[in-house]
Design a protein around this ligand. Structure first.
Ligand SMILES: Nc1ncnc2c1ncn2[C@@H]1O[C@H](COP(=O)(O)OP(=O)(O)OP(=O)(O)O)[C@@H](O)[C@H]1O
Length: 217
């Protein structure tokens, strides 16, 4: 089952077309880098796939289920279960500890922790910092918390918007390696928006978005 399949996606803001005719298929366990010039629509595409924005046309099949016949509630439930999102600005909740931030997707799904949070914190090398608050962490540590949170509920698909944008080269390489390992282990697919050629080279496949659509590149 494909973690993500999209067909004929189109999006405009008013009269301005951002993209159209976008077809995309991800295989389990693969990391795909999404490249493109500033303003080409990468974040908009990611947000449409995540349901944070709505495409004007086309279909999205997430974890084998077509989103079109589902009402808002059913779409949200499917996304909560099947999707992990890593934002450039982390979006951790400041009043929750590191462990509680990582546990959040499980709570929202009504699932018990059963050691999964500790397992994810160990995987991202943050077991010793579980009780800390986000303000007490470095940028690289915050990014690792965000990765643990995105994967804790074993989503089929991880969407990552510039996950290394705030990091220096060494931490960026570490975070990419971690994302790669965790994604492969979980059998999830990952679509990674990036400007960084280094990040793109770490991916299994590269796609480029431009005015003509999405191309291998
Ligand atoms: N809410 C909005 N209303 C109107 N236009 C928008 C909106 N959001 C984005 N745009 C426009 O859509 C186009 C695509 O923006 P988007 O942020 O997706 O590009 P991007 O490829 O992610 O850029 P960057 O690499 O700079 O982050 C841009 O021209 C942008 O100005």
């Amino acid at each position: 089952m494909s973690p993500l399949s999209a067909r004929g996606l189109a999006k405009s803001y008013g009269d301005v077309a951002v993209f159209s005719g976008i077809d995309l298929e991800l295989a389990p366990g693969e990391i795909v880098a999404l490249l493109g010039e500033s303003g080409s629509g990468k974040s908009t595409l990611l947000n449409c796939l995540a349901g944070l924005d709505e495409a004007d046309a086309g279909s999205i099949t997430l974890a084998g289920r077509d989103l079109r016949p589902l009402d808002d509630e059913a779409r949200s439930a499917l996304r909560r279960e099947s999707l992990g999102f890593i934002f450039q600005a982390f979006h951790l909740l400041p009043h929750l500890s590191v462990a509680d931030n990582v546990a959040l997707p499980l709570r929202l799904l009504g699932q018990r922790d059963d050691g999964r949070v500790a397992e994810m914190l160990a995987a991202v090398n943050l077991a010793a910092l579980a009780a800390r608050m986000p303000r007490q962490l470095s940028g690289g540590q915050l990014q690792r918390v965000a990765i643990a949170r995105a994967l804790v509920h074993r989503p089929r698909l991880v969407l990552a918007d510039e996950p290394t944008g705030n990091l220096d080269a060494r931490h960026a390489t570490e975070v990419l390696e971690l994302l790669r390992r965790c994604t492969h282990e979980a059998g999830a697919a990952c679509l990674l928006v990036t400007h960084s050629e280094v990040a793109a080279q770490a991916a299994d496949r590269r796609l480029r978005l431009d005015a003509d659509g999405l191309h291998a590149g």
